[in-house]
Design a protein around this ligand. Sequence first.
Ligand code: M6R
Length: 612
Amino acid sequence: MCGIVGYIGDKKVSEVIIEGLRRLEYRGYDSAGIAVVDRDGTLSMQRSAGKLTRLCEKLEKNPIDHGTYGLGHTRWATHGRPTEENAHPHTDNDGKIVVIHNGIIENYLELKKEMESKGHLFKTDTDTEVAAHLIGKNFDGSLIDAVRISIPMLRGHYAFLVIAVNDPDKIVAVRNGPPIVIGLGEDENFVASDIPAILPYTRKMVFLNDGEIAEVTRKNLNIYDFNGEKIEPDVQTINWDPIQVEKGGYKHFMLKEIFEQPRAVRDTLYGRIAPEEGDVYISEINLDEEQVRKINRIIIDACGTSWHAGLVGKFYLEQLTGLPVEVDYGSELRYRDPIVNENTLGLIITQSGETADTISAMRILKEKGARLVSICNVAGSMASRQSHGVVYTHAGPEIGVASTKAFTSQLIALLLIAVHIGRRNGFLKKEEAMNILEDMMKLPHHMEIGLEHLPGKLEDIAKELSNKRDFLYLGRGLCYPIALEGALKLKEISYIHAEGYPAGEMKHGPIALIDENMPVVALAPGDKVYEKMLSNIEEVKARDGIVLALVDTNDTNLIGKADYIIELPIVPDLMKPILYTVPLQLLAYYIAVKLGADVDQPRNLAKSVTVE
Ligand code: M6R
């Protein structure tokens, strides 16, 4: 949450920063600001409430044309309303130290009171301004020293960038939780909270670790731990294509990312499977035969859409490995006292690799002795670095706040892991694994067929249903988590209330809600619970609910019963959740578009939730 960008170099500083913020706007978009320092030490700042375009309008009237280094921020408010006054950057008492920040400084009130008693004047309600004042108070000519002295006084989970007019031509970056990535250029350097801001300029990047401070000048990068010990930067080359962070002719990133799914699934799969051997090879999973044989329990830790992937993963893993699997929300797991030992495998699912609740819970699993494998989409992210092993999803950068291609890629990764473990612990027979892997290879093609036929039909249905205020999504077995995911997609981007339910639970409560105004999206593929789903659909129709049924191609059982029918290619049961996700994403998308909602940046949300 919150996007931060810093640049030092010969390019037009304000342009690089605004362009970087544009690429990070998915992290927060309720206010924005920029600060640039000129060669003669003049500090120029502009801030604005609202989206980045409001800041750009201000900059058109009062451009910041000069400058050699600077910072910019796009905010997701935690402390203080999203006003211009509370927008970052914030300055110290003398207006010479400038800070932008992501995260929360928990003891800011205590620090504020103490500094107020010594004459400091605060202009905002933010915790960030307190950090600026503190660094200003400790400044004695060296910015990095002032930051180092201030850090032990700050409590919380934060990342910030600081510049000082009186220690010019450098940006100091601190990471104590939320991500910071540094992009290395020729005679110029970049700092940001996420890769897309930097990707158009360089692929050489350094990810700061927790507890590190970086001093970035146009020619150098020096990294230290909080005790001042120097650390050698670990430079990585990112293989994402800059084109992937553009809309490429689509109206929204979300739509583009829905259409990218066959490619994302292929990329996550290829190079890792040997169907003729009935096996998968994922070296970075870092689980050898002996470690696999020791595992007697799996705990999945995730949030949001990734948690839904975990629910599907439970089916995959139990069925293919014979091991008991629990799926927990990071925000719950972290406050429980889970039963974990060295025979437990902790499976961490996170697109960003930065979700605060997921990360805290994974640390607890690790402390208790679990071996950790993360399924992650961002190379070098916190989750990937703190796990013993990692299975990267190769979805590419996901910019739309509503997760789409990352989810279906996570399901592929979970199937791969299930086959990997099942083959090594002796539970999964070679022939069965061979069949599953063959089916996985055919899946992208089935998704492509779906994507050819579905959009027009779903757009029409969306037009008819977009005036409804409540939706119920029902599924059973492997498709029950997909019902939850479909409902989440709809509420996130269209602000329509939607509930996902295992269809068998409907009669225990939600059935009371059904009337002629309630659309019920029923996932009814031809699997082993198909007939049960048909009965549930009958129950909905008996109460005048509006049924949109998703079924296998050529299923005629619901003609004349369901109000709308969407047919999907027939695939084996394990593949169905992946395929059946696509129409639900499109339905949510077209309803949101019809309602004029901001699809890629829905209100109150942010892509990476780095606060508790
Ligand atoms: O990056 P993560 O996978 O850890 O993110 C978890 C959730 O915040 C995320 O899936 C969220 O629910 C999405 N907005 C869903 O579309």
